[in-house]
Each structure stands twice: as C-alpha cells, then as structure tokens.
Design a protein around this ligand. Sequence first.
Ligand SMILES: [Zn+2]
Length: 283
Amino acid sequence: MELKAYEKIVSDENRARKYVSEKCRKNGHRFCPRCLCRKLYNLGDGRRRCSKCRYTFSEFAGRWISKSNLSCTEWLRVVKLFELELSTRKIAKQAGLPYKTAYRAITILRLAIMSQAQDARELLAREVEMDESYFGGRRKGKRGRGAAGKVPVFGILERNGRAFVQVVPNVKADTLVGLTVKKVRRGSIVYTDKYKAYDSLMFCGYRHLSVDHSKRFSRGKVCINGMEGFWSWAKERIIKHHGVSPERFPLYLKELEFRYNNREEDIFPLLVSYMSMLVPNVG
Ligand SMILES: [Zn+2]
C-alpha cells in the first residue's frame, strides 16, 4: 500500500477501525464467529448477538487482532513496520510501544501467517526443486547433513513460483517423501541432488531427476540452483534476528515463506486480512 493511502487510514482511530472491520467480513457481510450465521442482532453497545446460536460478541472477538490490547491504529502501524522488515526493537520505538507489547503483537502476526500457510490447499506443481538445509546451531563441528545442534529444514520450490519450507524432525526418506506427497502434485518433475532419501520419489508418481554436485553444470535444467538461492536469501534474513530459539524458529521460517511467496504482492492488506481472521479452535 502506498504511504499516502496508509497515512490516511491511520490518521484517526475510526478510519483504522473501519478498515480492519471490513477485512473481518465475508463477501461484505458480518457473521457469527461461532456458527458463521449471517443473521445478527445489533445490541447497540457495539456488540452483536447471533440469531441462531445466541452467541454475543464484540467486533473482533475470536480473531487474531483481539489477542492484543492495541488500538486499530497501533495495530496497523505495527503491520506497516513489520512489512518493512524492521527489527522488533525498531518497531517498538517507531510505533511508540513498550518492547514487550510490540514483541507480542509481532508474534501474533507471525502466528496468523503460520496458521494461514497451514490452511493453504493448493499443491505445488509442474517443475519443482527440493533440498534440505540446516539452520542455526554452532558454526563449529560437523557441517551439512546431520550437523549437530542445527535445525533441519526441508524445502520445495516451484520453478518461477511458490516455496514451501518446513522444520523436519529428520531428513530420512519417509519424512521427506511423505511431505512431498502432501505438497506436490503427482506427475510433476522433481529435481534434487544425489541424496539417497530421494530415490523412492520415482515410485510415488513423480518424474525424478537428480543433479550430481560434482558435475552440476553439465546437465542444464537439471539443477537445484533455485532452492540454493532460496536458502541463502532465507539465511541472510534469519541472521538479522540474532539467535532465534529452536522453539520460535518455525514461526520465522513461515514468515520467510510468506514473504517469498508474496514477493510480487502488496503485503500490507494481506497481513491485515490475516490478523482479521478467526483464531482456529477458538470462539
Ligand atoms: Zn452463531
């Protein structure tokens, strides 16, 4: 979103609230967060009551945005600064919020992104590259596959398309092939390196081509250069956060996946719609 349009929205709380409130509707309609019924009674105090299940709720009930006490203007400021990839410290300072409050809001935003990524049903297809990589841990010691203290991540990249990255418990064939079957359409061409865990892909309905790293330039299109480019792009960004804990790492990883997959999009309205969504299993 252009700065001028953004500034207009955050110029007063009512405008900001209206902007967020519209993102909470479905096809322009308000609905009950419990049973999704559209017939609601206005109680006059800002709350509404569902005609079907009688649930009484305030405007943002059950949504990610309600998980923090920020005003809509404050929320939108946090989202704008997050879009610009500022550090939490800088976001807190620029938005005029205590560090802890900003940190909490950004975590909620990352949870909303993660929840949205898990809901994505569309499979990756056509030509995809696959690879595993290790994040974090100490620099010394074993490198590459099986490196101690590092988090293994599996990545699938659609050529000229989307990426899927996930923390995995190990890089065994069952794990990697299992995820592939869930995420990649059968019949796709799959490029990997010579790692033997990928050998069974050809039995799962994929056309599997592997690249020998010792002669990687000899086979033209058969390469995983795109995936390798993704890893360096992702690692450069993770380093900026100075030591993300293994528990929180998946959240940062999904943020990167989101940024990569929406690199051509205006992510501000997208982020606002994510935080306006219902928190799964709540409400
Ligand atoms: Zn209801």
